[in-house]
Design a protein around this ligand. Structure first.
Ligand SMILES: [Zn+2]
Length: 159
């Protein structure tokens, strides 16, 4: 006699899992530079020459140690964006961002890798475009705590 398989039941729930992770020496150097001086440090791979931010000890492509530090400015170019119509919870603050808003990918000048962050522009396709110049806006220095939440958003640079 065959056993009838019961329909599985799922119970939706939201689980809060606060955690900490060790930033390691490379990301720590980057975050301290951001907190104390408002500067960003990346690393350049000695083999492929990619400038990586956040800095990694080993190039993920070449598997060689990155030892050359590169100081980046706070300006870059928007390479992609989306207008968000759903709320997004900031993973560093736990606070929601109410839609609509613009979230974008910025390549800082001199960097190979990109950063994803909020773009402080009206969510209007007439006012935002790939290729527009942006500037990273940080918390006031006295309020910085040495994590990625010190980066508030990117402002478009007029022109
Ligand atoms: Zn490499």
């Amino acid at each position: 006699m065959a056993t009838k398989i019961q329909e599985p039941i799922s119970i939706p729930m939201t689980v809060s899992v606060p955690y900490r992770f060790a930033a390691g020496s490379y990301l720590t150097k980057c975050l301290i530079g951001l907190r104390d001086h408002g500067t960003l440090f990346a690393v350049e791979c000695p083999k492929c020459k990619r400038v990586q931010l956040p800095p990694r000890i080993v190039c993920a492509t070449c598997h060689v140690r990155n030892e050359r530090w590169v100081e980046l400015g706070l300006e870059g170019t928007l390479v992609a964006f989306t207008i968000m119509y759903l709320p997004l919870t900031d993973p560093t603050t736990g606070k929601p961002h109410n839609p609509p808003f613009v979230y974008g990918t910025v390549r800082l000048d001199g960097a190979t890798s990109v950063l994803d962050h909020f773009i402080n522009v009206e969510p209007d396709l007439e006012k935002i475009r790939v290729g527009m110049r942006c500037r990273m806006i940080l918390r006031p220095q006295a309020e910085r705590i040495g994590d990625l939440s010190d980066i508030l958003y990117f402002d478009p640079i007029p022109g």
